[in-house]
Design a protein around this ligand. Structure first.
Ligand code: FES
Length: 138
């Protein structure tokens, strides 16, 4: 961060590069447009193939919830209205989650332009409970 800049870095969102990110450094990286539907607004942000969707939203100034940053706790859950994500880095993500449109933004890589509703933790937990899938506490 430059001195005198108004841009602050959230120290809780500092990450080491993912394996996918390191490998992606060897090839051309695609950039997709994400439309976050949040709190009655729609905010667009670019996200590259090797970045996480959550990070793109935070960089765009959105106050998005997160905790584990590993695709485990569901705190960052969103719901895809359109588009495709790679959720293979999530620690716990089920085919039923994908079928219902849920996405864990902290561990999701965009594979197309996206339109996603944020703040879906409670909805995702109800979905998992209804199907008898493990649901994190908290
Ligand atoms: S922050 Fe825990 S699953 Fe995304």
């Amino acid at each position: 961060m430059k001195h005198g800049s108004n841009t602050e870095v959230n120290p809780c969102l500092i990450r080491v590069p993912s394996v996918a990110g390191i490998l992606a450094g060897r090839k051309a990286v695609a950039v997709h447009q994400v439309t976050f539907v949040t709190d009655g607004r729609e905010i667009q942000a670019p996200v590259s193939d090797d970045d996480y969707v959550l990070d793109a939203g935070v960089a765009a100034g959105l106050n998005l919830p997160y905790m584990c940053l590993q695709g485990w706790c569901t705190t960052c859950a969103g719901r895809l209205l359109s588009g495709e994500v790679d959720q293979s880095e999530a620690r716990r993500y089920y085919p039923q989650d994908q079928a219902a449109g849920f996405v864990l933004l902290c561990s999701a890589h965009a594979r197309s332009d996206l339109r996603v509703v944020t703040h879906q933790k409670d909805e995702m937990r109800r979905h998992r409970q209804a199907l008898g899938l493990p649901t994190p506490r908290g």
